[in-house]
Design a protein around this ligand. Structure first.
Ligand code: LLP
Length: 423
């Protein structure tokens, strides 16, 4: 099999390092399964994104949903990032990472009254709204609290992002945004609300987009709406492009951010307003891996199964989207025979797999594997299914590493239920 370097995960002397530390050394301390992230990688990706768009006045709202560990949020805070949050929980996370609410945008297709009130009281920067009813509710709650709410309206530009249907969000048939044709009237009506200030127009067409064209097409559609509104004295201050910037899992040619910027910047210059972005995966996916240990190997009929100690509850992307994650041993296993293997977890479901029919060395008990590109939508989508305890998370910074979330314990998992049983 091929041993592949990803970002700061590089093979040196036949073993996988994260920055300057052998991953196996971290695992000796924290055990498996464990998520390991590189601070240097996140920093580099953030700066490269920002640099690509430096010709235009812009703000990057890191999409908290992709990885919301407080220590990861703190890295972004240190880089001067803004934050795209999707719930009260994500707003709390950002604030508890020490960030001012004035750096938070609040997205989401279904914000509750409680969430709107919380966000207004906390004075977040901007609501990104997806329905007229929600904007009217924001206006009412803002009036009651004697506040003014900045709102941007998410428009569904009906553009095909050519990605997995589950993560494609900008087609007319999706639940997201307000369709482009109706949006003008929504802007017009909402511009008359007393406690809402229309600040921008917003889009997010999907995730893992590896070609600039869908972005160009969608920004062009948003621009038409922007200029029509301008002609009617509805002057928006920003255009929000959303997230979706694709990365390399293995075979894809990843989105070239400089080429994408070069295509978008002329459109942005015409708009002559502030540009917002909401990248998640682009910044964090290849900052992280999930390390797991081989429990057993066996052969059923003609199929080889390598059973590892991580499972679908730890990283659900393969089970949920049939997503591809490259998997490789931490140590280069010279001289071991390559087989076609299914790499599976211990959960009682056939859908509990990480890879099917992959060329993989025949591994032994206690060998360690790295599931690559697991820094986004990994730990955040984990669960306690099968009453499994969630993995530890570790952050590497040059020669040192720190545990940024301990491995879950039975006490963590059962605390509330046991307290309730006590009555
Ligand atoms: N902004 C909004 C409003 C979003 O809904 C999302 C992601 C993002 C930004 C960030 O998108 P990104 O840059 O990370 O593509 N769980 C799926 C991905 C779901 C994405 C949901 N929205 C996966 O594991 O592939």
């Amino acid at each position: 099999m091929e041993y592949i370097n990803y970002g700061e995960f590089v093979y040196k002397n036949d073993e996988l390092y994260c920055e300057d530390i052998p991953v196996s050394q971290i695992i000796r301390n924290v055990g498996t399964p464990a998520y390991i992230y590189s601070k240097k990688y996140i920093t580099r990706k953030y700066l490269s994104f920002s640099d690509a768009f430096k010709e235009v006045d812009h703000k990057i709202f890191y999409a908290v949903k992709s990885n919301s560990n407080l220590s990861i949020l703190k890295i972004f805070a240190g880089l001067g990032s803004y934050f795209d949050a999707n719930s009260i929980g994500e707003i709390e996370r950002v604030e508890r990472a020490g960030v001012s609410p004035s750096r938070i945008g609040f997205s989401g297709v279904g914000k509750t009254e409680e969430e709107i009130e919380f966000a207004l009281s906390n004075e977040i920067l901007v609501f990104k709204s997806e329905s007229e009813e929600e904007i009217i509710l924001i206006d009412q709650i803002a009036g009651r609290l004697n506040k003014k709410a900045l709102v941007s309206v998410r428009v569904n530009p009906d553009v095909d992002p050519h990605t997995h249907p589950y993560i494609s969000t900008g087609l007319a048939e999706n639940k997201f945004g307000i369709n482009a044709a109706d949006s003008l009237d929504v802007f017009r009506r909402c511009s008359r609300l007393k406690n809402v200030i229309l600040d921008g127009i917003d889009m997010h067409i999907g995730s893992q987009i590896n070609n600039p064209e869908p972005f160009v097409e969608a920004v062009s559609k948003l621009s038409e709406i922007f200029f029509t509104l301008k002609g009617e004295e509805i002057n928006l201050k920003h255009v929000d492009v959303g997230g979706g910037f694709g990365i390399k899992y293995k075979t894809e040619i990843p989105l070239n951010i400089i080429a994408t910027a070069n295509k978008l910047i002329p459109l942005f210059k015409k708009l002559d307003c502030e540009i917002y972005f909401e990248p998640g995966r682009f910044l964090t996916a290849n900052s992280g891996i999930l390390v797991s240990k081989v429990l057993y190997s066996k052969k059923n009929m003609n199929k080889h199964f390598i059973i590892v100690d991580a499972a679908m509850n730890d990283l659900i992307r393969p089970s949920l989207y049939d997503a591809y994650h490259y998997i490789q041993p931490l140590m280069v296993l010279n001289g071991k025979k390559d087989i076609y293997a299914n790499i599976v977890g211990p959960v009682c479901e056939s859908g509990d797999f990480f890879a099917k029919e992959r060329v993989f060395p025949l591994m032994s008990r206690n060998d360690l594997i790295a599931i690559m590109s697991a820094g986004s939508y990994g730990m955040v989508m984990s669960s306690n299914y099968n009453a499994r305890l969630r993995p530890a998370e570790v952050l590497v910074d040059n020669h040192s590493f720190s545990i940024i979330r301990s491995r879950e314990t039975i006490r963590h998992m059962l605390y509330d239920e046991e307290e309730l049983l006590k009555g």
